[in-house]
Write a protein that binds this ligand. Structure first.
Ligand SMILES: Nc1ncnc2c1ncn2[C@@H]1O[C@H](COP(=O)(O)OP(=O)(O)OP(=O)(O)O)[C@@H](O)[C@H]1O
Ligand SMILES: [Mg+2]
Length: 317
């Protein structure tokens, strides 16, 4: 068996806050192969962005491992991390704030080339690379000297994409890359991401709170609740046989135009949201779970319930 392109093992990220230790990412493990997309879904504040940033070491992990091409990159020094960032990039959620307003489109895209691949290309080669990537990302060359504020949201996100893509990475964390865009533009950017994946064999971690988007783009899906993974399955398994009460609640909230499915049960979430600061052990969803029992206060690990299907819930032990 070959190793996955990227693998996280028991990754944790805690933040020290005035109120105590905030457990933003708790024991998260996953694998992503080349050409595959892992969708990460969950409500606002459940730790999706923190997870993506920790994988790329934009945050230092509190514990755990991130394996890329057979090595644990969390042990790398700064110089070796620069090589890693040639292979691992990020597209940020907000195309309005993630691009430097004082830099032209050309310079924004050129920056990672200058920083990461300075020695690999001559000036001419770098210029050619930037031209090619702009074309690939649907950015006509006439935009090269424009500034971010002169572009609409879709074009700005294409600049973000070109900037991530220009160093020819093998893995990209896409943090809600279409959430700030109009629906029609969302589809264009998603299709562009999928085309680029096919052409370049890219692996994506695709973070979103939008289940329709995650269904469109993912191969596997990880559902997070307050820093913990509650369910992890292939897309087909997750949408056809959701098991965790939280996943069921999320899926039942998707609007449908299919009248035959209108009568299905809606799982609404009640109860108080637990705090991620100094959380008690056990399932963090328990305070809102209609099936919670005494044993849910004890620790609850992800268990395999079917091929390509894992769930963290005592109901399925
Ligand atoms: N730098 C930080 N310092 C302290 N707490 C943080 C920091 N960054 C994130 N958090 C906290 O960690 C938790 C997870 O935040 P995160 O931004 O990862 O969530 P998210 O799932 O990406 O949410 P959203 O969907 O709103 O983007 C939240 O409780 C947040 O307040
Ligand atoms: Mg986020």
């Amino acid at each position: 068996m070959t190793n996955p392109l990227i693998e996280a093992k028991n990754l944790r990220k805690y933040f020290k806050t005035p109120g105590g230790v905030l457990h933003a990412v708790e024991d998260v493990s996953f694998q992503i192969d080349s050409c595959r997309t892992l969708g990460v879904v969950g409500e606002s504040g459940c730790g999706k962005s923190t997870l993506g940033r920790t994988v790329l070491r934009l945050h230092e992990a509190t514990a755990g491992e991130v394996w890329f091409q057979g090595e644990n990159i969390l042990k790398y020094n700064r110089k070796k991390m620069r090589d890693v960032h040639k292979n691992m990039q990020m597209i940020f959620q907000d195309p309005y704030s993630s691009l430097d307003p004082r830099m032209s489109v050309y310079n924004i895209i050129a920056e990672p080339v200058n920083e990461i691949c300075r020695k690999s290309y001559s000036k001419q080669e770098a210029e050619e690379k930037i031209r090619q990537i702009m074309e690939l990302c649907g950015l006509p060359l006439r935009y090269a000297n424009r500034y971010p504020h002169e572009l609409d949201g879709g074009r700005r996100q294409r600049v973000g994409l070109a900037r991530a893509m220009v160093v020819e990475p093998r893995f990209i964390v896409c943090d809600e890359p279409v959430s700030a865009l109009d629906v029609s533009i969302q589809a264009q950017i998603l299709n562009l991401l999928m085309d680029l994946q096919e052409q370049r064999g890219l692996a994506y971690m695709f973070i979103t709170h939008d289940l329709c988007v995650v269904r469109h783009i993912s191969d596997e899906i990880m559902v997070m609740y307050m820093g913990q993974v509650v369910e992890y399955a292939s897309k087909e398994e997750l949408f056809n046989h959701p098991l965790h009460p939280y996943t069921k609640a999320l899926l039942s909230a998707i609007p449908t135009t299919d009248l035959s499915r209108r009568s299905r049960i809606r799982y609404t979430l009640q109860g108080e949201v637990a705090s991620p600061v100094n959380p008690s052990p056990g399932c963090r969803f328990a305070p809102r779970c209609p099936y919670a029992e005494e044993r849910c206060k004890g620790s609850c690990r992800l268990r395999k319930v079917a091929p390509k299907h894992y769930v963290a819930c005592h109901q399925f032990e």
